[in-house]
Design a protein around this ligand. Structure first.
Ligand code: EPU
Length: 346
């Protein structure tokens, strides 16, 4: 285990925010987690766990031990004629894993193709797209519990998966995920509940065709971080009460919305931002992408302050226009490497 000092994280966060941490270690073996924690304790440092860096807002400098989860490997734990349980290490690239599973005939994750990041981050915000969430297929999560100071295994039920939510988000900083297993299907049950997806896949739908369709939809709509540094959807889709929704619908009968099980309504943050005139609009180096208003892009050398200035302005505008609060999706880190709550601008 070799610790590096004053380490530059600019290339390790997809928003390309300039950032340096005081201490950094790349881990390729989960047995090095405990020595890394001992190092952090001995030096009075917090531990910050870095995965693919695709959902992160980093300060210019912070004092912490960054543990970069780069462990690789996949193994089949069990299989029968219908299902396979596959264990995968946290450092594997998510999209490569999804493609490899589909090619081997292990199905379920196709709708989640091209989501940036590494496998270990998937359960944290329960990544989801086109009607599928990772949590539906996760069977077990292997993690180190910093509170109990021991290695643990959690079942999917114990992970409390919800929309962009899990125990790992609710108890941020407690668990270091180093592997997970997925139960996948050998006979694909294609999830085509998104009209756009169903239409493009067409009549002779196969899992491979669905995978390629999702890839092409995302390539058309969403900016690739290598070209336009971004952190995916920047805001969560707000969930509002039936009363708030009927107030909205009175003025905007075409507002896209998704009825929730509890009577609440989820509205499309991208639509709200678009309606407020922010699609393609910039404040300095930071702006909302011209083909998808939900994605905030760093068009130059933006700092965290530049990003905050822009998204707070958007929050204010949306609140004034629709009386709806937008909550940023990416994780915000403070100067001590701790995950901090976003301060709402309104
Ligand atoms: N819309 C606009 N203008 C825009 C963007 C969207 O009017 O600029 C409208 C669309 O026409 C549509 C609605 O808003 O009626 C919803 O848009 P879309 O279907 O593109 O999905 P989304 O709600 O914007 C969510 C996820 C994405 C995921 C897609 C597809 C969240 C916060 N985002 O986006 O996830 O890929 O659905 O399932 O839930 C991510 O988390 O990084 C991400 C990209």
């Amino acid at each position: 285990m070799s610790v590096q000092h004053d380490f530059d994280l600019t290339v390790f966060n997809t928003l390309a925010l300039k950032s340096q941490c005081s201490d950094y270690v790349a881990l390729t073996d989960h047995n090095d987690i405990e020595p890394a924690i001992r190092y952090a304790k001995a030096h009075g440092l917090n531990v910050f766990v870095l995965s693919g860096g695709s959902n992160l807002l980093l300060p210019e400098k912070f004092r912490a031990l960054t543990i970069h989860m780069l462990m690789q490997g996949k193994e089949i734990l069990s299989e029968n004629a219908d299902e396979v349980v596959i264990k995968v290490q946290a450092g594997e690239i998510w999209h490569d894993f999804v493609c490899e599973c589909c090619a081997k005939g292990y199905h379920g994750l196709e709708n989640l193709a091209l989501i940036p990041g590494r496998v270990g981050a998937a359960p944290v915000q329960n990544i989801g797209a086109y009607g599928v969430e990772a949590g539906e297929f996760i069977e077990t999560v292997w993690a180190y519990d910093l509170k109990q100071e021991q290695h643990i295994q959690l079942t999917a039920e114990q992970c409390h998966f919800g929309y962009r939510d899990s125990i790992f988000k609710q108890q941020a900083g407690r668990y270091i995920i180093y592997a997970l297993s997925f139960k996948l299907l050998k006979h694909a049950q294609l999830r085509l509940n998104y009209a756009d997806v169903a239409q493009r896949v067409g009549e002779d739908a196969t899992a491979e065709k669905l995978l390629q369709t999702i890839i092409s939809i995302r390539q058309q709509k969403l900016p690739q971080p290598e070209q336009f540094p971004n952190a995916g959807s920047f805001f969560k889709n707000p969930v509002i009460t039936a009363q708030q929704f009927s107030d909205l619908a009175e003025h905007y009968p075409n507002a896209p919305h998704y009825q929730q099980h509890n009577g609440m309504q989820k509205v499309a943050a991208g639509w709200l931002i678009d309606q407020a005139g922010w699609k393609g609009k910039r404040l300095g180096d930071v702006g909302m992408f011209e083909r998808q208003a939900l994605v905030l892009v760093n068009y130059g050398q933006a700092s965290l302050q530049d990003v905050q200035r822009t998204y707070e302005q958007i929050q204010t505008d949306i609140y004034q226009k629709f009386a709806i609060r937008l909550e940023p999706e990416p994780v915000l880190l403070n100067q001590f490497g701790e995950i901090s709550p976003h301060i709402s601008a309104c």
